[in-house]
Design a protein around this ligand. Structure first.
Ligand code: ADE
Ligand code: ZN
Ligand code: ZN
Length: 271
């Protein structure tokens, strides 16, 4: 996701974390503001383009070797290489947020990565190989030449909300929190934490990866890549995709909050 998506996921999570988790995160991040998670949600995308952080670039995705739209699936052994992927990264950095023998700077980075990667693992094209996560599929959006990955990350969310500022993210998060607690996601969201087990972070992240990857076959390239290649996608394609995007952002926020609560509760062993 771009800035709007990541900041929105973080604001949704801020609405659902326990008081204890909020205090823990504010202290570790040294930020007592009302945007303490959102303020660090895109750090990982800046860091990956520095010399020091280049190693972390492959950790933003997992390249599923499936064949959309005929088949969509992710396989950890098959698809997560030696250098790591978003699933192994979530597992590794989850384990580096609370231990006293990890330095403060490394614990801060670990939390910032988990906040970011829980967002990215909900973007279907971050859980898909097809032409490098859709980066190699040229499309136009509102007349602008771009690619399929970029419109899912940014153009389509920004068309919906009308910008990508922190206040745009706050507003979108507010709408989605309303839909989760008492609106169109009230029923579905009760299943969004199924399969989560803090003792098995790889299995938990694989549940989220399979879920996001399934939308590659149904919403990203339902009629194959030829049907979108070179096309203008701001019409019907957008109308179908934006429904999935909203739900995936909502899920990411709910799951991030629950995951952070499990990490923080795990530290002291209970309430
Ligand atoms: N680079 C290679 N695969 C990618 C993916 N699925 N998403 C983003 N960047 C990638
Ligand atoms: Zn992306
Ligand atoms: Zn990313």
């Amino acid at each position: 996701w771009g800035t709007l998506g990541h900041d929105t996921v973080a604001f949704i999570a801020q609405s659902f974390v326990s008081k204890k988790t909020a205090s823990f995160a504010k202290a570790l991040l040294n930020d007592s503001s009302d945007a303490y998670l959102a303020n660090v949600a895109t750090w990982a995308d800046s860091y990956r383009y520095t010399a020091e952080g280049a190693f972390s670039s492959p950790l933003h995705y997992i390249d599923a070797l499936d064949d959309p739209p005929a088949e969509c699936n992710v396989d950890y052994e098959r698809d997560c290489p030696e250098e790591g992927c978003i699933v192994s990264a979530i597992a590794n950095y989850t384990a580096r947020i609370t231990p006293a023998n990890v330095s403060l700077v490394e614990r801060q980075k670990a939390l910032k990565w988990v906040i970011h990667f829980l967002g990215d693992i909900h973007q279907p094209l971050h859980v898909e190989n097809l032409e490098i996560g859709g980066n190699g599929i040229n499309v136009t959006f509102n007349g602008t030449a771009t690619n399929l990955h970029h419109i899912w990350d940014s153009n389509m969310p920004e068309k919906l909300i009308g910008g990508y500022s922190l206040s745009d993210a706050r507003a979108w998060a507010g709408e989605l929190v309303g839909a989760i607690t008492a609106g169109k996601y009230a029923n579905a969201s009760s299943t969004w934490l199924n399969g989560i087990d803090i003792k098995d972070p790889v299995a938990s992240a694989m549940v989220w990866a399979q879920d996001a990857n399934s939308y590659v076959c149904t919403a990203v390239v339902p009629k194959g890549q030829e049907a979108v290649e070179g096309k203008e996608l701001q019409g019907e394609y957008y109308d179908e995709a934006i429904v999935v995007i909203q739900q995936q952002i909502a899920k990411a926020g709910v799951r991030l909050a629950a995951w952070l609560d499990l990490i923080v509760e795990g530290k002291t062993g209970g309430h």
